[in-house]
Ligand binder design. Structure first.
Ligand code: ASP
Length: 292
């Protein structure tokens, strides 16, 4: 038996009398006994911490049930990588948790929702996915949440991996426990580009508890940016706008900043928000980025 938890999605067409009977993928009922729960039905760009918390609590509660073997979360593709990574860091179960979605509406001639959903349900029902952390099933691939990203605005395989597969701490081995947290600290991402306005960075820092810089190349920025960063009191994490590669900590331009390593900016912000619930110590934050 499995749980099909529906979040933000636009890609599946359901039968009116039973909203969770997927019209184009009736064989799913032969793969697993599916029970459906709707947490929300929104554009994923409108996702909130409260929705993430609700989703985690629901999964953690249901995971205690012996007759539940795994979970499938349907989700809009825009913010999918952030939700998947957030779940990877906060759910407390070894049972498979699989996130999926669609790039095309169900009415499109090349609709991809049913194939993705079918892959997700088969993965959630498989022993191979047990203990692997949160996985994303998309366009024929099953990708660990730590390495997944939306790399294209419109292609069918937009949700894919940067190829990196460094192991990372997740689920039962994660130190993050949202059961005692009401809100996540605010973190802002500032994108560096030629002649980027350093005052925007100062403004963002006044309103945030942490900053992520989407730096150029290997996490670089101008002397003007470096001056502002060196004077900030809040933690600053350095990532890259290039969508790939590692920020080597020994090459960081500003002392006391933290490398996001291979995490893209949006996912670095997810980890920093959770990490700031535990510590503001720079060495501890660097340890967290290293381990997750
Ligand atoms: N904007 C939509 C969302 O992320 C795109 C999709 O459904 O894939 O919710």
């Amino acid at each position: 038996s499995g749980q099909f938890v529906s979040g933000a999605t636009t890609g599946f067409s359901s039968n009116k009398s039973n909203p969770f009977f997927i019209v184009g993928a009736p064989e799913l009922s032969e793969t697993a006994n599916i029970e459906a729960i709707q947490i929300c039905n929104i554009n994923s760009d409108d996702i909130t911490t409260q929705i993430w918390f609700e989703l985690v609590k629901k999964i953690n509660d249901l995971a205690k049930r012996e007759d539940v073997a795994g979970f499938v979360i349907t989700h809009g593709t825009d913010i999918m990588e952030e939700t998947a990574y957030f779940l990877n860091l906060t759910v407390k179960t070894a049972k498979p948790v699989i996130v999926t979605g669609a790039m095309r509406p169900p009415t499109a001639i090349d609709a991809d929702g049913n194939a993705n959903l079918s892959l997700a349900v088969r993965t959630a029902a498989s022993q191979d996915a047990y203990g692997k952390g949160v996985l994303v099933a998309f366009a024929g691939k099953v990708i660990p949440a730590r390495h997944v990203q939306k790399y294209s605005a419109d292609s069918l395989d937009a949700i894919t991996t940067n190829g990196s597969d460094t192991p990372s701490r997740h689920t039962l081995k994660s130190e993050f426990d949202i059961s005692k947290i009401k809100e996540l600290p605010k973190v802002s991402i500032i994108y560096f580009h030629a002649e980027a306005d350093a005052e925007l960075l100062e403004f963002a820092a006044k309103r945030s508890e942490g900053i992520v810089i989407a730096g150029a190349g290997a996490g670089e920025f101008s002397l003007e940016f470096a001056d502002v960063i060196n004077n900030l009191e809040i933690p600053v994490v350095i990532s890259t706008r290039t969508n790939s590669g590692n920020i080597h900590p020994e090459h960081l331009i500003c002392k006391d900043t933290i490398s996001a390593l291979t995490l893209p900016p949006a996912k670095a912000a997810v980890l920093l928000r959770l990490a700031l619930c535990v510590t503001t110590d720079r060495a501890e934050l660097a340890r967290i980025f290293w381990e997750y």
